[in-house]
Write a protein that binds this ligand. Structure first.
Ligand SMILES: Cc1cc2nc3c(=O)[nH]c(=O)nc-3n(C[C@H](O)[C@H](O)[C@H](O)COP(=O)(O)O)c2cc1C
Length: 169
């Protein structure tokens, strides 16, 4: 049995090299909408998003991470935030943000785009807020870099299920 969801889960790889082809505004909104449809505790939907396409702003964001070359090369960025005033439980809200970001990655895959979850930039999250003119009510969870994949040669691996199953009783 094939399932498009399972196919996307297994096919998705972090894409770090992109062509110059543009991602449309419609595609970006579809991707964010998929993020919004992630589950959240009490359905509190604590996430907020910044879509960044402006070259100058992208360059400033690129300077905040060791992975600046990926940011510069990407056609668009989606910064995923938690709105502190909409949170109710730190662990659960951060888990919700993770589910949201994974939905974003899978939606990009479904649209035949490439994306990578950038977390290293969080060490400069205050500076990213300053660049985006966002108050510290918004806590940066990740920046997702997106574009049309330059290639799909990325390899990745996972531990075998037998190493990870603690118990099956
Ligand atoms: C919390 C988190 C932070 C990450 N931060 C970065 C990052 O800063 N730079 C980067 O190139 N990849 C980053 N990644 C992507 C991982 O390196 C990647 O998902 C992992 O190596 C598995 O590869 P795959 O996504 O192709 O299966 C991050 C992923 C997660 C979940």
């Amino acid at each position: 049995m094939t399932s498009p969801v399972l196919e996307a889960i297994y096919r998705r790889r972090s894409i770090r090299e992109f062509t110059e082809r543009e991602v449309t505004g419609e595609q970006l909104h579809e991707i964010v909408r998929a993020g919004i449809w992630a589950p959240s505790g009490l359905n509190n939907q604590p996430w907020r998003f910044a879509i960044i396409r402006d070259r100058g702003v992208k360059e400033q964001v690129a300077e905040q991470t060791h992975y600046g070359h990926i940011v510069r090369n990407a056609d668009a960025l989606i910064a995923v935030y938690l709105s502190k005033e909409d949170m109710y439980d730190t662990v659960k809200d951060v888990q919700s943000a993770g589910a949201c970001i994974q939905n974003i990655l899978l939606a990009a895959e479904a649209l035949d785009l490439g994306a990578v979850w950038l977390g290293q930039i969080l060490k400069n999250k205050a500076e990213v807020n300053r660049i985006l003119e966002l108050s510290d009510n918004f806590d940066l969870m990740a920046v997702v870099a997106l574009g049309h994949p330059a290639h799909r040669n990325q390899k990745s691996k996972r531990k075998d299920i037998t190493e990870l199953l603690l118990k099956e009783i």
